[in-house]
Ligand binder design. Sequence first.
Ligand code: LMR
Length: 348
Amino acid sequence: MKLFLTGSFITIIILIVLFSYRQSIFSTTSLPYDDEQQGLNEQITIHFSHVVAENTPKGAAAEKFKELVEEKSNGKVVVQIYPNGMLYNDESELEALLENKVQMIAPTSSKMTNALPNWQVLDLPFIIENNEQLKKLLNGETSKSLLEELERINVKGLTFWNNGFKQIASTSPIVEVEQFKGKRVRVMGSDILHEQFNLLDAKPIAIPFGEVYTDLKDNMIDAQENTISNIFSKQFHTMENHITLSKHGVLAYAVMMNGDFWNSLDAESQKIITDSLDEMQDWQFEQAEQFNNENLTYLKAIPNVKIYELNDLTKKDWKEKLKPIYNHYEKKINNHYLEELLNEKSYP
Ligand code: LMR
């Protein structure tokens, strides 16, 4: 019996020693890195948060940016995209960027106007008439100066992306300007957009994009201004089935990065990022037009969706009602940007 116990004890000790050796429990040297692990140490990850669906101009642009950056950097720079407001909504994404919780966002310019009031110039109604003017504006000097203003809040402004023109979607027709009266209209959080709907005798209510669908369902709002691609991709037309192609405003995205994060990048990675954005700029504008056109075609084919156009007379009425907004911007905010924008759009 004694012999059996001693034998078992010795066997257990041998097994423990063998197992420990295998697991390197007693070893003080760490395992060598293989090539892939070495690569992970140098990898740069850009967490990119946005609030819209993937099948929209911004969603597709984010994907294209990821593809180009990862390809050009041979996988050294990785872009992780978080669409549909899954991380932050449009009220919290700027703060998350400033705190470097995410490194990149692309909010609609209107959402930057509380931090940078001059940006309201891009929200002035009927200032841009067609896609050519819009492209010129978003690639031009006014936009460049606006992006430079981001330095004041320690943010690197990279470029503008486009989502085209805002239209009116509502639960009952809004074509004549009087039909705005008393309507509860969802707006983005921007003073000038509030002012716009006040002038139209409507009741503007600021609501984050991610809550619009539920608020429509709960009958909290009657209308909103948005692009066709945003209306279609979020199925707003299932409740706001009257759509007026007013083209009264533009929806542009300011593509930006946390300033400290940007400054921490090596020159080569910074160049890869700016080169990728430059390379995709024309493509992005074409995509935006295509998304909006295709989505409009789908909407036109849905029997209970009613689409209206503004004739010249009605458009004149809308413009007349909204005229004071220009004085408001020019006198209270910044006449220099307005002048610059008006000049710029009339360049050949
Ligand atoms: C909105 O809030 O309606 C838009 O800014 C959403 C977006 O990012 O296109």
